[in-house]
Design a protein around this ligand. Structure first.
Ligand code: SF4
Ligand code: SF4
Length: 263
């Protein structure tokens, strides 16, 4: 008891960087092998042009093939993936008319995963909503960016909706970041701190390319091709990046990024 009190007391005497660093490093180590989040860019399309979003930097309108989507789901199902699965990235998921079919494939192929759809809600009809929400492991996150909250008013009329969250976003996201340098800088760069995102996220572009993270809007940091390699092989190639981030070294697009990196 005395020892614990002494350690607690001494900890308060340490400068904050000595306390924070080992904790952050431990978090990075712990998350080394555990994927808890998979983002899949099923389409590159969006029906809005929000000022805080670099959507204009994405490729022309492209769609992931159903064959590739099935292959990703099968590989994750084979390892009994039980983390979060986002069937969209840098786009509006309801712009893809195949969404109900994609959700069915994902839900059946990864019964342990938690599938989340984040949408601006403008294209979501009640029929489409029912179609995707019939699967028990799907959650709906609606960000209402409209000034007069028309999405909220419309969805409210649908009654009590389980596993659904609607947020008023008329003033934008809660915190603005520069999205790997695509938008105006918030912090003075470079930041001397790591980033946990590549340790637990798989960010897969429409063409099957695994990129550094979900902020790689134009495929700058490609680590492999899921059309040719398996997910496990591709992740091994991110070793150098992770070593740098563990040492608080931000290289390439990370050097332009002001995300604090603890997700
Ligand atoms: S709705 Fe989403 S993807 Fe589309 S421009 Fe706005 S923030 Fe970007
Ligand atoms: S520092 Fe920024 S660009 Fe680099 S992995 Fe983290 S979030 Fe992505």
């Amino acid at each position: 008891m005395f020892l614990r009190k002494l350690l607690t007391f001494k900890r308060h005497l340490l400068p904050m960087q000595f306390v924070r660093e080992p904790i952050e490093r431990r978090l990075l180590d712990m998350s080394e092998t555990k994927i808890t989040r998979v983002d899949v860019q099923t389409t590159t399309q969006c029906n809005l042009a929000c000022p805080w979003c670099p959507h204009e930097f994405t490729d022309d309108i492209q769609q992931m093939s159903i064959g590739l989507f099935k292959s990703i789901v099968r590989q994750l199902g084979d390892i009994s993936y039980a983390g979060n699965f986002y069937p969209f990235m840098m786009a509006e998921p309801f712009c893809d008319e195949r969404l109900p079919e994609l959700i069915r494939i994902a839900s059946e192929g990864m019964p342990l995963a938690s599938i989340s759809i984040a949408t601006n809600g403008l294209l979501m009809t009640k029929d489409l909503y029912d179609d995707v929400m019939q699967h028990g492991n799907v959650k709906m996150l609606v960000d209402d960016y409209s000034h007069n909250q028309i999405v909220f008013a419309r969805i409210q009329r649908w009654g009590v909706l389980p596993r659904t969250n609607i947020t008023n976003r008329k003033n934008g996201p809660p915190s603005l970041i520069n999205i790997a340098g695509h938008l105006d800088t918030r912090f003075r760069l470079p930041l001397r701190q790591g980033c946990m995102l590549p340790f637990h996220q798989l960010a897969i572009r429409w063409d099957g390319k695994l990129v550094r993270c979900c902020m790689d809007w134009n495929g700058e940091g490609v680590y492999g091709d899921l059309l040719k390699d398996g997910i496990a092989n591709i992740r091994d190639r991110m070793t150098q990046l992770k070593q740098n981030l563990r040492k608080h070294r931000r290289t390439g697009m990370c050097a332009r990024c002001d995300a604090v990196g603890v997700v």
